[in-house]
Design a protein around this ligand. Structure first.
Ligand SMILES: Cc1ncc(COP(=O)(O)O)c(C=O)c1O
Length: 509
């Protein structure tokens, strides 16, 4: 029954095998799944591999644990499971229902995402002390001012505003962005080089579709932002993973031949480690791109929040050869539902990218673009940025001092200079204990997020991404105090092997 497909990390192969068995009801709802120990020995893999696979199935709702009695196939399957079942049977023919054959592109996407939607929408309820990351603090946003500016534009409703807009975006907003980027990030561009996109995810998709042919090689960071890998892999790219150290992507270890089409980097605040790339490394990246004839995709997703050290300007500002595609987003500075971002393109790419954007959606909504341009020109954006930078600096300080006070040298902290999250490595804490830690923390109202899913090969150390923007300083203190108590609790005694009982995932030893 158990066949591994041989593709990618072992724990992903195990995950897919169990998921397949659930989808085609070899493992019916309510059935007990094999214990991690027995299953690992059946498959000839380590127990840790099975624990990671089960943890993913657990977090996606395919299986559930019952305190004291083991792990079972969920009886209330996740909402999008029926869709997954359908797409899993995508090529099967049925007597009365026509099943369209998917394109190679769609099949690649389905295989990469295991038939699920690529969505950052959070379905988990917010915890009392939620260290979620990747979101600004929604209460910091000057909502009343935004409503006023938006309302004023909406009331004007001129023909200019109601007709189709330019596919590359409203000139008003492109000008405001090019002025802002020059002033704040050292990006050198004219408004004509700016394209307004529906968030940086669309920038990634456009770059993948217009620049990469199936079989061409694309460098991504390891660990990495999955939205980038999925965009390039779906376009058929062969992924080359470049390791990351405390200065970001290690360019010296990358191949230098001309089979590399593009490298995706997050130099200001590497996602997820938070490493900040110093100027020497940036120059090296550009020299490497020159050597192998590659383009660079610079994802500058949250660099506005910089707390210590001199801000290093964007790679784009150092590029004299027109090799850098720069992308930024309003998701962290305004709010993600706005779905507005921008690309700054080398002149030669403006026309092809605009054409691809027009073919996809004929342009972003005008009303929000015009209101955002007003919001920026009237100084509300800068004011909001200054205010939220100060508040986030205080939250970050509170997090660092709480970690120091409650966990001291039990944690090693990285990525603290910028952004809205830090990475905390738990010294002497086994990675296999993370699922249980997460569950216990949630039971006590603390939301924590392991860094593991961002690695192609799971790291040997236990790391947590701790976002600090959504909480106030006092909540950060209390949340970390609770978390430290749970971390310091000794792991429960392993059950004797001869009991034959399947182990609770979290109690895995
Ligand atoms: C590294 C990175 N790039 C891009 C994005 C996506 O931004 P957007 O909402 O503009 O698509 C995110 C979102 O969290 C991110 O973490």
């Amino acid at each position: 029954m158990w066949t591994l497909d041989g593709e990618g990390p072992l724990y992903q192969q195990v995950y897919r095998a169990v998921r397949r068995a659930i989808l085609n009801t070899d493992l019916a709802p309510g059935t007990r799944v094999p214990s991690t120990r027995a299953f690992a020995s059946d498959l000839g893999v380590s127990r840790n591999t099975v624990i990671l696979a089960y943890d993913q199935l657990l977090s996606e709702g395919y299986i559930a644990t019952r305190e004291g009695s083991g792990t079972f196939v969920a009886t209330d399957l996740p909402e999008d499971l029926t869709e997954a079942i359908r797409s899993d049977r995508g090529d099967a023919q049925s007597d009365d229902i026509f099943t369209p054959r998917l394109s190679a592109y769609a099949r690649r996407f389905r295989n990469l995402t295991n038939g699920r939607q690529l969505s950052w929408q959070s379905h988990e309820p917010m915890h009392r002390f939620d260290f979620r990351y990747g979101r600004p603090n929604f209460f910091d946003f000057p909502h009343d001012t935004w409503c006023r500016v938006l309302g004023r534009r909406a009331r004007r409703a001129s023909i200019h505003q109601l007709d189709y807009g330019p596919p590359n975006g409203r000139e008003e907003l492109r000008s405001a962005i090019s002025e802002y980027l020059w002033r704040s990030r050292g990006v050198v561009c004219t408004p004509e080089q700016v394209i307004i996109v529906n968030g940086s995810q669309q920038a990634l998709d456009l770059a993948a579709r217009t620049l990469v042919d199936p079989g061409q090689r694309v460098v991504i960071e390891e660990p990495h932002y999955p939205g980038a890998r999925i965009a390039f892999e779906t376009a058929g790219a062969e992924i080359v993973a470049g390791n990351v150290d405390e200065e970001g992507l290690q360019v010296a270890t990358l191949p230098t031949d001309d089979s590399i089409r593009l490298a995706y980097v997050t130099p200001a605040h590497q996602f997820p480690t938070g490493a900040s790339m110093p100027i020497q490394r940036r120059v090296e990246v550009l020299a490497w791109a020159e050597k192998c004839g590659a383009l660079i995709f610079e994802d500058d997703y949250d660099s506005e929040f910089r707390y210590t050290g001199r801000p290093v300007e964007a790679l784009q500002g150092l590029d004299r050869a027109g090799r850098v595609i720069y992308a930024g987003t309003f998701s962290k500075l305004m709010f993600p539902a706005l779905r507005l971002g921008y690309m700054v393109l080398p002149a030669a790419l403006v026309q092809p990218m605009t054409a691809a954007k027009a073919a996809t959606d004929t342009g972003c909504p005008s009303l929000e673009q015009l209101a955002l341009a007003d919001f920026m020109k009237e100084g509300h954006f800068d004011r909001h940025l200054r205010r939220s930078r100060t508040r986030n600096a205080r939250r970050r300080e509170a997090l660092l001092s709480a970690l120091q006070e409650h966990l001291g040298d039990q944690v090693e902290i990285g990525g603290v200079n910028a952004g809205l999250h830090i990475l905390a490595w738990l010294r002497g804490f086994a990675t296999r204990r993370l699922p249980a830690l997460r569950r216990r923390a949630a039971e006590r109202g603390v939301g924590i997020y392991p860094v593991t899913p961002y690695y192609r090969q799971p790291p040997k150390k236990a790391g947590l991404l701790l976002g600090f923007a959504s909480l106030q300083e006092k909540e950060i203190q209390q949340g970390i105090a609770r978390l430290a108590e749970i971390i310091k609790q000794p792991p429960p005694n392993p059950k004797p092997a001869e009991s034959g009982k399947p182990s609770d995932l979290g109690q895995a030893d």
